[in-house]
Design a protein around this ligand. Sequence first.
Ligand code: NAP
Length: 293
Amino acid sequence: MATILDGKALSEKIRAGLKEKLDRQMSRGLPRPFLTTMQVGGYLPSTVYIRAKQRACEEIGIGFRHYKLPEETSMDQLREAVSEVNQDSSVHGLLVQSPLPPHLDEIAVQRMVKPEKDVDCFHPENVGLLYIGQPRFQPCTAAGIIELLLAYGYDPAGKHAVIVGRSVIVGRPLAVMMMLKQRGGNATVTVCHSLTRDLPSITRRADVLVPAIGAAEMIRGDWVKEGAIVVDVGINRVPDASKKRGYRLVGDVAFGEVEARAEAIAPVPGGVGPMTVAILATNVMRSAGFDVG
Ligand SMILES: NC(=O)c1ccc[n+]([C@@H]2O[C@H](COP(=O)([O-])OP(=O)(O)OC[C@H]3O[C@@H](n4cnc5c(N)ncnc54)[C@H](OP(=O)(O)O)[C@@H]3O)[C@@H](O)[C@H]2O)c1
């Protein structure tokens, strides 16, 4: 049986540690950290993710405000809303939830957020700082994956890490972090994508395999080396009439098959997702001047 990389339990521990740090440092005069989120339109998974972020903030004691803007919001209107929050000195983190409706230019929006408040680490300045190994903020999902591995004693150093997916949110920052000469890095990194030929022949060579694709149960048991460490990032909804909501969440790996071969595996749900939220909260506190270690 593979070890389960329990991101839910680890994130609870991180959040409890943050709450303790927040209480202690606020009593010494630091301002309450504050996160503002923005969502354009009503894409349901985004609403669910924002709720999880809100719950975590409230539990820790981080201030939280969410702006839900109408689907037809223009670039100019969004710029104005972002600019207002950029100028509000009581807000330490601003996150514009992706995906945005297709009429909005996602990269341009990422550039609007003041780099000092860009707790998602999407602004080119912050991406550049990450790239040179001097990050202002940790990219939330990538850092969550690395912290989960380290917490269970699986240091990527010297290992062959195969990341499937090259998105700006997950695959790319994770590849950089795992490659850098730093804690949680020093891996030999292979990045795969939709044009990669014979993907199973590459995933089978992974000591650490990180699928971040968005394709339900695509990675089968025989795509994985015996004894590999697997961190499943994908979150996919598959219809399930036995559930009240009509669907269940699965990852990018066929869990049963892969668990039988892996040494350790992060499940979906309960693996990377909660870790992402814990790192976000850490970033908001850092942005507000807190010592978060
Ligand atoms: N747990 C969390 O906190 C968290 C956070 C973010 C995302 N996610 C989940 O992670 C998954 C990926 O998210 P994302 O935002 O990175 O998605 P994305 O932007 O759609 O990127 C998906 C990546 O997978 C690659 N890909 C697609 N089909 C493939 C195939 N058949 N073979 C190999 N590679 C393939 C794509 O290649 P191309 O570049 O060639 O198109 C792309 O690089 C989603 O399920 C998402 O919900 C989870």
